[in-house]
Design a protein around this ligand. Structure first.
Ligand code: HEM
Length: 179
């Protein structure tokens, strides 16, 4: 997982719970990085999941809620980190329809080592249907990112998670109703 994800996780923990807690987490998780991350390098996915697990034990917040809060926090940070990916995006709906073809496409171009998920989107009567396809199965981070994006564009949205597609591996379906 790209270092930017880890630096943002550390910022969230430090903002919300303070430096002492972050240091405790880094010390309690046996990491290769020792909690020092470079935004453009890759780190083990496991490391993030262990950190979230430890954070959950220490704060009493469930890992699912932590992942969702993290996704929400992450969206504007990613947008700032790679402005070239965002420059042609005109609205929340335009973003949802182009996560793959514009946003993650640009991320892959800038950082060929990044493993970004596949996100298929299509316009439907109520709004947009998204299919999130990733071996990482970070469904709650996905939810948080969508909500963070709606806030970023000052748009109301309601999100329905329809669960894992029965006929495809690592594929999760969301309906985003936009106003
Ligand atoms: C609503 C908008 C977005 C959604 C739903 C979304 C979804 C996701 C998800 C779920 C992941 C986790 C990795 C995985 O599952 O495999 C991810 C990773 C990532 N996304 Fe997005 N994303 C969005 C917008 C953005 C934006 C605006 C940027 C940057 C301009 C961005 C850059 C990245 C990067 C750098 C990673 C990490 C890749 C890696 O670890 O190697 N995303 N995205």
């Amino acid at each position: 997982m790209q270092g930017i994800i880890f630096t943002q996780l550390s910022d969230l923990v430090i903002d919300k719970w303070g430096m002492t807690l972050w240091n405790e987490i880094v010390e309690s998780v046996p990491t290769k990085s020792q909690g020092v991350y470079v935004g453009t390098q890759q780190y083990d996915d496991e490391e993030m999941l262990e950190m979230v697990g430890r954070l959950s034990e220490k704060t009493g917040v469930s890992p699912e809620d932590l992942m969702s809060a993290f996704g929400h926090y992450l969206f504007p940070k990613l947008a700032e980190w790679a402005p070239s990916a965002m420059k042609d995006i005109q609205s929340f709906k335009h973003l949802l329809l182009n996560i793959d073809s514009i946003i993650h496409f640009e991320v892959r171009r800038l950082y060929p080592d990044a493993y970004v998920p596949l996100i298929e989107s299509k316009e439907i009567d109520e709004g947009v249907e998204l299919k999130y396809i990733s071996k990482r199965r970070l469904t709650k981070v996905m939810e948080g990112l969508i909500k963070g994006a709606a806030d970023y564009f000052d748009t109301q949205c309601s999100l329905d998670f329809l669960g894992e597609a029965p006929d495809a591996e690592n594929t999760f379906v969301y309906i985003v109703k936009t106003s």
